[in-house]
Design a protein around this ligand. Sequence first.
Ligand code: NAI
Length: 258
Amino acid sequence: MELSGSSAIVTGGASGIGAAAARQLAAKGCTVVIADLNAEKGEALAEEIKGVFALVDVTNTEQIAAAVKAAAEIAPLKAVVNSAGIGWAQRTIGRDGTLESAANLEAFTKVIHINLIGTFDVVRQAATVMSTNEPDEDGCRGAIVNLASVAAFDGQIGQASYSASKGGIVGMTLPVARDLSASGIRLNTVAPGLIDTPIYGEGEASEAFKANLGKNVLFPKRLGTGDELASMVVECLTNSYMNAEVIRVDGGIRMPPK
Ligand code: NAI
């Protein structure tokens, strides 16, 4: 699928994998709407890639609608990348036998709301607009990539909410792709392993943490880069025969319990 001359939306596009995807899409000739909570980083990147920043919290339906409208006004919206997400870790129960030390239900709900429901809301709103595009010679009107995680399959201790949110993204890949097929819209999911982004924080402690994480990777024994992930995201968007698939991009890692 040709993306040149179209618009794209990248949620979470101000940082990490989303920012790398936004840069690669801009290089393919897309005008990218960076939909993110972080206005400072989002606006700076929008200026760099001649895109547009839209202040979007993916738990806010109206803000998503405004970003989708802004994209479609620039050019036909043909590509969406859902990279907005947060991590959270807490064991399901504490060690002292009291409910007070059990997992915080509000935190669990927040992770599901941002990572899973937010992603689905962007998909349903963006695909609605995509469905009105002129189809290309293959009948394709657009393509979507959602970011899951290897934690959808090998969740670690404390990752109940994060793994549930990403497992939900994996689980909805096939049914949503089926729903969208009648409109000529493809949907795939990319499941990253350990990728060097600000999601692990910044500074000396997080550098040491990341160096330690890299030892568990099969090969190469390092964290992945945002560009390595974005390359797979862009392939899923542009390869007209990619649909309804979940792809791990993880250097072969299988996460241990902790
Ligand atoms: P990051 O922390 O570098 O970037 C995430 C972006 O999402 C940030 O710009 C943040 O402002 C934005 N964001 C957070 N909550 C939001 C909300 N409610 N509405 C709109 N924007 C929001 O993270 P990274 O590493 O680039 O992760 C991107 C995606 O890939 C996430 O969904 C993450 O769960 C997933 N992933 C990342 C892995 C990694 O090792 N970095 C591993 C597996 C999955």
